[in-house]
Design a protein around this ligand. Structure first.
Ligand code: HEC
Ligand code: HEC
Ligand code: HEC
Ligand code: HEC
Ligand code: HEC
Length: 237
């Protein structure tokens, strides 16, 4: 869509008005400004960038609520909400790497080698374990490749999973809670205070600050020198 707009001669060529005026018609003064503006916009690259940014900022390409069916009905509500497992037992990369990781079959078999060994629902897990073929979990969240994101940078600064993924501990099926568009990222980068907590509580879905979250956040931000960048290269490298 943006490609077509870029090539559309009507967006880049301010000519027709001038030609039609034939030199006799006196334009009101403000059109000079318009003409200069359109001349500026005619610089192809700029038009392209403006269109892309407009598109990038529009909420239309968000997928809030996306919750694909998984090959095994693994429930966070059961394992995290009721059994109290910590996210990091399975999502081992989340504190140290860009990716949080979805756990390998062996992690499930730590328990399911002895728990619910006859369960139909777990048949694909047992098969994956026997054959060594990894499970093909459906991706829920998926940023475009031109965006750089890093979990560790957020977790180590005390942004909790809940700020971006919602109440995962209540989800039978994981669903996308945040739009993951550029303005969503930038909103928090400009004002992170309400989303900062002591790092020991990053995976805690029940944690609430005593008093005003913004006040505590501001204090933590100063203490740890947290200052999220809004430079383009932070997320587009
Ligand atoms: C026992 C292992 C286990 C634990 C504990 C666990 N998860 Fe998961 N998680 C999984 C598996 C398996 C998947 C992939 C299947 C699915 O989406 O349900 C997954 C998927 C996810 C996804 C979606 C990944 C994607 O494709 O975008 C998010 C987000 C997530 N988990 C967050 C959490 C959070 C937050 C916690 C802690 C509150 C947590 N998980 C605890 C096993 C676990
Ligand atoms: C710490 C132990 C533990 C781990 C690790 C674990 N589970 Fe479970 N899982 C359980 C327990 C306990 C139950 C509930 C058994 C019951 O209902 O009595 C359960 C139930 C289930 C069920 C429902 C089975 C049924 O027939 O109702 C599924 C599906 C399941 N787990 C999938 C997984 C997957 C997939 C993983 C790996 C990502 C995993 N579990 C990791 C302990 C574990
Ligand atoms: C600042 C927002 C943010 C926070 C905080 C956050 N995530 Fe994510 N998470 C994302 C985004 C964005 C993606 C999609 C990444 C992509 O597509 O490259 C994602 C993807 C995932 C995935 C899919 C696999 C992967 O690594 O891409 C899992 C699992 C996950 N997050 C778990 C967690 C857990 C567990 C926590 C807390 C310990 C957490 N996330 C904290 C934003 C966040
Ligand atoms: C809820 C708040 C929040 C959201 C949402 C958020 N960020 Fe951040 N981000 C932060 C904080 C806090 C930092 C840490 C800044 C610091 O350490 O000074 C950070 C740091 C980063 C860094 C630098 C850290 C590193 O490891 O390189 C990148 C890159 C980044 N964010 C990308 C993103 C992207 C892309 C999105 C949207 C998909 C996003 N962020 C959404 C709060 C957020
Ligand atoms: C904190 C992270 C972050 C920063 C900083 C950031 N962006 Fe983005 N940007 C994103 C994310 C995430 C998307 C993907 C939006 C989507 O998929 O809806 C995006 C999308 C875009 C797109 C859309 C590309 C397309 O194909 O539609 C453009 C263009 C863009 N950004 C330019 C910029 C420019 C220029 C800057 C600096 C002024 C900037 N971005 C700063 C996170 C960021």
């Amino acid at each position: 869509m943006t490609q077509e707009n870029r090539k559309d001669p009507n967006t880049t060529d301010p000519g027709p008005n001038r030609r039609d005026s034939g030199g006799h018609f006196v334009f009101p003064r403000w059109t000079n400004l318009l003409r200069e503006l359109s001349a500026l916009l005619a610089v192809g690259g700029l038009v392209y960038a403006v269109l892309l940014v407009t598109w990038g900022l529009s909420p239309q390409n968000s997928a809030i609520g996306y919750a694909p069916e998984q090959p095994v009905p693994y429930s966070h509500e059961l394992h995290v909400g009721r059994m109290g497992m910590d996210c990091r037992y399975c999502h081992t990369g989340v504190e140290t790497g860009a990716k949080a990781n979805v756990p390998p079959t062996a992690t499930c078999m730590n328990c399911h080698a002895t728990v619910k060994t006859e369960s139909e629902k777990l048949a694909p897990i047992r098969k994956s374990y026997e054959t060594g073929e990894p499970m093909e979990w459906e991706k829920v969240h998926d940023l475009p490749d031109f965006v750089y994101f890093n979990h560790a940078g957020h977790i180590q600064s005390g942004v909790g999973c809940i700020s971006c993924h919602g109440r995962v501990d209540r989800m039978e099926v994981v669903r996308q809670e945040a739009p993951l568009n550029m303005s969503w990222c930038l909103d928090c980068h400009r004002d992170p205070d309400p989303n900062l907590r002591p790092v020991e509580f990053v995976t805690d879905m029940e944690w609430k600050p005593e008093g005003d979250p913004r006040e505590l956040g501001a204090k933590l931000r100063e203490q740890h020198g947290i200052n999220p960048s809004t430079d383009c290269v932070t997320c587009h490298r």
